[in-house]
Ligand binder design. Structure first.
Ligand code: ADP
Ligand code: MG
Length: 629
């Protein structure tokens, strides 16, 4: 398997004991059900234990040993067996219905906890983990836990009772014969444990591979637009076939392991019967046991073998369950890196001032230093434009504010409160982020806008949409606010998605809004609308606005422009102060072809900018003169 950098294939393999300890707390919630289940399990063993005894009494008395056989005795024995069977039926019903239902409850509880934990894991985890793999874990892997949950205690309990009971009863008939039969059991145990270990390793590989396969499928299907655009169906087929073949191979190896395992148990069955034939037959010849005892013997050994067979069969289920628990434990053991400090308090209301103090940052997994000693004071109610070349760290800087990542050194304060000392929930409610690549949930337009404010009324949703300048196009959609946006919002254009996202943030009523290139997908008119919206929010509601942009005209409308270059603040001041450093702007690409384009646009509106030379630098200079004039 290719070595990909993922959190996935369980680096550590916990021992069965450790895994069962992980599982016990869940089982403990259903103590009463479990006890009753085990009691029923004990009842079901009764028939199996009593039947050989009955047969031995009948055989012995028919052959003149002990009591004489009468119709009355036979009827009494039959009645006893009948009653036992009725009890057995009721107990089995309980076991296979309520027992399984208990398993389902446990599975549900575990899935709830796993999902809960996944929600707490940070960006770093998701950047390095394939979603398909995680999905497999919290759905399929936990299915097996249902079976495991009640079969595991039940089967071991039943087997324990049967083995002990048959041992005691058999010993009373003939100790040497019993010892001979039971001598096979430890040998069988050792071989089974060894072969089982191999089987379990194969199952684990299978799980990992199916996760890989799932994520390949997910990748190809989610990217099917790209696949079609590049007519790359053959490549995708090849990629899939590779994973599919790997799975086939692993599964094949798994069946070899299973074959070896099953065969070994059959061989041991044979060995035990052989012992009974030999030792039992000889004991009969030399008058050591009665014919009735030998019959009973045979039946007990059959029960014993059936029990061991059952355990061996169960071993497969057991392994699956263990693998499921192991994968569950892997999720639960992933540390939550970003969480509330023990003494965290809600963010106190304040005007919305953001302060970076000597902030350094490197991505925890890649250790690439992205921000160096950034100190920045964003005043409350300020309209700040953050500009700079791609890869300069603008998005990273903004992701630090709601603690999507933790600063490596330095600190960030909001209204004087260190963001690591306040609760994540209160922090994130006060910071509205419109991400660079907008994600909409599958649902309606209204649901997506209301996402940041659960229970928002239709009026509030409409007001937010109006403020975001989204109302017009929403009303033009097929069902207006109730239009279904498709998975990830595929039914909308990029600009529409962006504006719905802005409306969602507005509905949340945060103190600060951070917009990451919100106009990147808009036409000039849409851009102007969004920028006006942002200005209005800032002026009318006093919201602090941080706008990441590559457009000079947008930056020109801000109160303050900060240039972030290679992780450092390269310039900071009013647009006039910053734009006068034309050289710098040129270096960071702000005077790039877009400026030429803008000049061209402005010329359409009657200006006379030097387009003929098409030199970005000169365009920038001219534009600067014009903006500042
Ligand atoms: P900008 O938004 O200014 O274009 P980014 O903040 O997105 O820049 O990226 C800054 C640098 O950090 C880039 O060199 C990029 O490769 C790196 N980077 C961005 N995201 C990650 C990530 N999740 N893990 C590791 N490195 C990243
Ligand atoms: Mg960015």
């Amino acid at each position: 398997m290719p070595k990909t950098k993922t959190n996935d294939p369980g680096a550590h393999h916990a021992s069965s004991g450790a895994l069962i300890r992980r599982f016990l707390p869940y089982l403990a919630n259903y103590k009463m059900v479990l006890c009753l289940d085990l009691f029923c399990a004990a009842l079901t063993t009764l028939c199996d234990i009593v039947l050989p005894k009955i047969m031995s009494i009948i055989t012995n008395s028919a052959m003149g040993v002990g009591i004489t056989l009468t119709a009355g005795i036979v009827l009494k024995l039959a009645a006893l067996y009948f009653v036992l069977r009725i009890i057995d039926g009721a107990a089995s019903y309980y076991m296979s219905s309520i027992g399984h239902i208990m398993g389902v409850h446990i599975e549900t509880d575990m899935r709830r906890d796993a999902f809960d934990h996944l929600l707490q894991l940070d960006h770093t985890y998701y950047n390095n983990t394939k979603v398909g793999t995680i999905m497999g874990r919290i759905t399929n892997d936990l299915f097996d836990v249902t079976e495991f949950a009640h079969h595991c205690p039940e089967e071991f309990f039943i087997a324990g009772i049967k083995i002990v009971a048959s041992f005691v009863i058999l010993c009373r008939a003939s100790i040497p014969l019993t010892l001979a039969v039971f001598a096979c059991v430890p040998l069988m145990g050792v071989v089974s444990v060894y072969l089982n270990g191999r089987l379990r390793a194969r199952f684990r590989q299978q799980r990992v591979q199916i996760g890989e396969l799932n994520s390949t499928i997910e990748d190809s299907l989610l990217g099917q637009g790209v696949v079609k655009a590049f007519a790359a169906e053959d490549e995708e087929r090849e990629k899939f076939a590779k994973g599919n073949r790997a799975f086939e191979q692993i599964k094949t190896l798994g069946y070899y392991a299973m074959g070896a395992f099953n065969t070994s148990t059959r061989l041991f069955d044979g060995l035990m019967y052989l012992v009974v034939i030999l030792a039992g037959g000889l004991s009969l010849v030399y008058g050591k046991i009665t014919a009735g005892d030998l019959v009973a013997y045979m039946l007990y050994v059959t029960t014993l073998i059936a029990t061991i067979r059952r355990i061996v069969e169960f071993a497969e289920q057991f392994q699956r369950g263990m693998t499921g628990i192991e994968r569950f434990a892997e999720i639960m053991d992933t540390p939550v890196a970003i969480k509330d400090a023990p003494d965290a308090v809600p963010l106190q209301p304040g005007p919305g001032e953001i302060r970076f103090e000597k902030v350094c940052f490197e991505y925890p997994d890649d250790h690439n230093k992205v921000l160096h000693d950034v100190s920045l004071d964003i005043r409350a109610g300020e309209r700040l434009a953050l500009v700079g070349a791609s890869g300069g760290g603008k998005t990273t800087l903004c992701n630090l504010i709601p603690r999507f990542y933790e600063v490596t050194s330095g600190r960030i304060l909001i209204d004087g409160q260190d963001i690591r000392r306040v609760t994540l929930k209160s922090l994130r409610q006060d910071i509205g982020i419109v991400q660079q690549d907008v994600y909409l949930f599958s649902g309606t337009v209204a649901q997506n806008i209301a996402y940041g404010k659960p229970g928002a009324t239709r009026q509030e949703i409409e007001a937010a949409a109006r403020l975001a300048g989204a109302e017009k196009f929403i009303l033009a959609l097929k069902d207006g606010y109730d239009t279904y946006v498709g998975e990830r919002g595929v039914k909308l254009s990029g600009g529409q998605k962006q504006r719905i996202a802005i409306a969602g943030v507005i509905a949340m009523e945060p103190k600060c809004i951070v917009l990451d290139e919100p106009t990147a997908m808009l036409d000039p008119r849409g851009r102007r609308e969004v920028i006006d919206t942002i200005g209005r929010l800032n002026r009318e509601k006093g919201i602090t606005v941080v706008l990441i942009t590559h457009h000079m005209d947008e930056a020109a409308k801000a109160q303050r422009v900060v240039v972030l270059d290679k992780g450092k603040v390269a310039a900071d001041g009013t647009p006039k102060e910053v734009f006068s450093q034309v050289e710098l702007l040129h270096d960071i690409g702000l005077a790039a072809p877009e400026t030429v384009e803008l000049c061209w646009e402005l010329n359409q509106e009657g200006f006379d900018l030097p387009l003929d030379k098409l030199d970005p630098k000169e365009c920038a200079q001219a534009l600067y003169d014009m903006v500042m004039a």
